[in-house]
Design a protein around this ligand. Structure first.
Ligand SMILES: [Zn+2]
Length: 124
């Protein structure tokens, strides 16, 4: 059993079974919005996250490695903790959405991994 399967089973037991889809989707929306705010604060208040103008890049013209180099290892320890905490909340909400739809979240990781590999190999 994968770690993420154990995580999903635990989330189902402790969280998902106590909420309905509407509540979880609202929570996911709030968590995504809060993640945006946390990252914006890190960028504006701390400055450790550099303000790359990624919008000028079109995803089709930049490969995954290049995109990740723009972001990885740019957050300071304090901001990293805030971002990780908020991403954790997003993952928790997404996991609950998966469970209410009868979807194994590990399957999504596998499929997305394949999609990214396909996308990157198509752009080489
Ligand atoms: Zn920082």
């Amino acid at each position: 059993m994968l770690l993420i399967d154990i995580f999903q089973a635990y989330v189902d037991d402790k969280v998902t079974n106590k909420q309905n889809m509407s509540e979880i989707l609202k929570e996911l929306n709030e968590n995504s919005y809060n993640l945006f705010n946390v990252i914006t604060q890190c960028e504006i208040q701390c400055g450790c996250i550099k303000s790359y103008d990624t919008l000028e890049y079109e995803l089709k013209n930049i490969n995954y490695d290049q995109l990740m180099k723009l972001y990885i290892n740019s957050a300071c320890d304090e901001c990293r903790e805030k971002i990780e905490a908020q991403i954790g909340k997003c993952i928790l909400s997404l996991t609950s959405v998966c469970s209410l739809c009868g979807i194994n979240i590990a399957d999504i990781f596998i499929k997305e991994h394949r999609n990214i590999q396909h996308h990157c190999s198509a752009n080489k």
